[in-house]
Design a protein. Structure first.
Length: 300
């Protein structure tokens, strides 16, 4: 059987508008495809905007790398729900994606006991909101992030001494105090497949930046986390209200007291860092195969 791997023009092989970080898509496909092939399954890269008919004979769909969904949120969610309605199994499920697409899901995880970064939720913030957030948090630097966003797109950092009074964001946002340990210590990522810990890594920003994504010059290093740190990340995965996702990346930063604070629980289209987890392809192929073996073939 073939498995669909959703893409977008920025990640699809051969696209004239591929992103600078599309190599991350290639690394994930290179890790998963051969392991699926040894189990008798193919992996087909397909733009998420393709018509439903294009998914015929592909009973399982991996959300993959649709890294432009944030600008077409409802269209994207509608396509995922249409795929499920047509009988395809979606990984992760449309319900999980709809819950995870808005970063307000962090409030649910905080209510379940996860330690999170203090956040103000503002619908259309301006410089006035940034100034108020600085006062609220007792800090001179605040980060503004889109509530529906990916890859730090649209994210900005603001400092009291150089605040642009004309700044505004046209999207619902989350405002957080800037944590300098992001630059000093980096960001920690814990990868899980079917609820099982796979691997961990530490991401560091380029000099003079605070964003850890490769497109901004960020780098990664393999990490051997302590059992306590794994348990902290595992507790977040276990608290997902829609049930266990096939894949999940838990991004965390250490607080000033050494406690791991949850930044993101990525269950839509995260890069899964196969170079730092050589077993990822096997774990993903095994999890996918278990689902395929439980399915009745579907047609669209």
């Amino acid at each position: 059987m073939n498995v669909a791997f959703l893409t977008c023009p920025g990640t699809h092989p051969g696209s004239p508008t591929r992103r600078a970080d599309a190599f991350e898509h290639d690394l994930m496909v290179a890790a998963i495809r051969p392991e699926l092939a040894t189990r008798g399954h193919g992996l087909v890269e397909i733009d998420w905007r393709s018509p439903l008919e294009a998914f015929a004979n592909m009973p399982l769909v991996l959300v993959g790398t649709p890294w432009d969904y944030q600008d077409s949120e409802e269209q994207f969610l509608a396509k995922l729900e249409a795929l499920e309605a047509a009988g395809h199994i979606l990984c992760n499920s449309a319900a999980t994606v709809r819950w995870n697409v808005r970063k307000t899901y962090l409030r649910d995880l905080a209510a379940s006991g996860a330690a999170t970064i203090p956040t103000l939720w503002i619908e259309a913030p301006t410089a006035t909101d940034i100034a108020a957030a600085m006062e609220h948090f007792g800090t001179g630097s605040v980060v503004a992030k889109r509530q529906v966003g990916a890859g730090a797109e649209g994210q900005s950092i603001h400092h009291h001494a150089s605040l642009d009074t004309d700044w505004r964001m046209a999207h619902p946002a989350m405002l957080q105090p800037f944590l300098p340990q992001i630059q000093r210590d980096g960001e920690y990522s814990f990868l899980f497949v079917d609820g099982r810990f796979s691997h961990a890594l530490r991401k560091r920003a380029a000099a003079g930046d605070y964003r850890v994504q490769s497109i901004y010059g960020g780098t990664e290093e393999t990490l051997e986390p302590s059992p306590d740190d794994i348990a902290t990340a595992q507790a977040v995965v276990d608290a997902v209200p829609q049930g266990m996702p096939l894949y999940c990346r838990i991004d965390m930063v250490r607080g000033s007291d050494g406690t791991l604070l949850l930044m993101e629980a990525e269950m839509i289209e995260p890069f899964l860092y196969p170079e730092q987890g050589p077993q990822l392809g096997v774990l993903m192929a095994e999890a996918i195969t278990r689902r395929l073996e439980a399915l009745t073939p579907v047609t669209t």
